[in-house]
Design a protein around this ligand. Structure first.
Ligand SMILES: O=C(O)CC1=CCC(=O)O1
Length: 255
């Protein structure tokens, strides 16, 4: 599977991979980029059928997405990385940390989960989008992703509107199958879990709290006045938390 990617920052800087959420693109991280690229070579990727990535030719799992990231890193000649991901992008980070423990030196899981609720709901959403396109979801997206007062939802909803229906639906099917709950104790990377206190799709209780309790030594930061896309809604505190975690946990250059 080929995933489109963008690389920004100094070529000799250590690499930080940023993963997007369902329905969004590399641009989800735009507010964090100026600060993160000061010290990091930032690799952002698009999910299948999102942004610049081609629509998928066949079904895939979250573990397949993690393998695609590992292949991409191999092709680019990149060894150790830090990884931060939102929602499905966080699940990919968890899967990558499990499959490539020597590669993922530091992990940040934003508004994500080891299991995204009952599979039926995801399969129903996949069917809806295959039938009606992502237009069936755009009307409710701002309320699902942000707190009530947030007034800059339009660029993020536009990303969802532009997503390929099959790509979006295949990601839903992958989310339905994902369950890392029983393997959290195997995550070796030093991990920070960031949550939005008002996250509807993945409320801290039952999602971020499970991650933080299950991953050895993980820290948990719950941001007030933040919904599911806290990276868009509260970029200042998110950037500060990511930077502090990387400063604490990154040891040396990529190897
Ligand atoms: O759009 C949503 O429903 C929230 C979400 C769940 C997984 C993901 O990546 O986004």
């Amino acid at each position: 599977m080929i995933l489109a990617h963008r690389l920004d920052g100094a070529e000799d800087a250590p690499v930080l991979v940023l993963g997007p959420s369902l329905g969004t693109t590399t641009d989800l991280w735009r507010h964090e980029m100026p600060a993160l690229t000061e010290r990091w070579r930032v690799l952002r990727y698009d999910l299948p059928g999102h942004g610049e990535s081609p629509a998928p030719a066949e079904p895939f799992t979250i573990e397949d997405l993690a393998a695609a990231i590992a292949d991409l890193l191999d092709r680019l000649g990149i060894g150790r990385v830090a990884y931060a991901g939102v929602s499905i992008g966080g699940a990919v980070g968890t899967a990558l940390a499990l499959s490539e423990p020597d590669r993922v030196a530091s992990l940040i899981l934003c508004c994500t989960s080891p299991r995204f609720g009952p599979p039926e709901g995801w399969h129903e959403r996949a069917s809806l989008v295959r039938r009606e396109g992502t237009a069936a979801l755009t009307g409710g997206a701002a309320a699902r992703w942000f707190t009530a007062g947030f007034d800059d939802s339009a660029p993020y909803v536009a990303m969802l509107a532009a997503a390929d229906p099959e790509g979006y639906a295949a990601c839903c099917d992958a989310l339905a199958r994902f369950d890392a709950t029983g393997r959290l104790g195997e995550v070796a990377a030093p991990t920070l879990v960031i949550a939005g206190a008002e996250d509807g799709p993945t409320p801290p209780a039952g999602h971020a709290e499970v991650l933080a309790a299950g991953i050895p030594g993980a820290g948990l930061l719950v941001l007030e006045r933040a919904g599911h896309l806290a990276v868009a809604e509260r970029p200042g505190p998110v950037t500060a938390a990511i930077t502090a975690h990387l400063d604490r946990t990154w040891k040396g250059q990529p190897g």
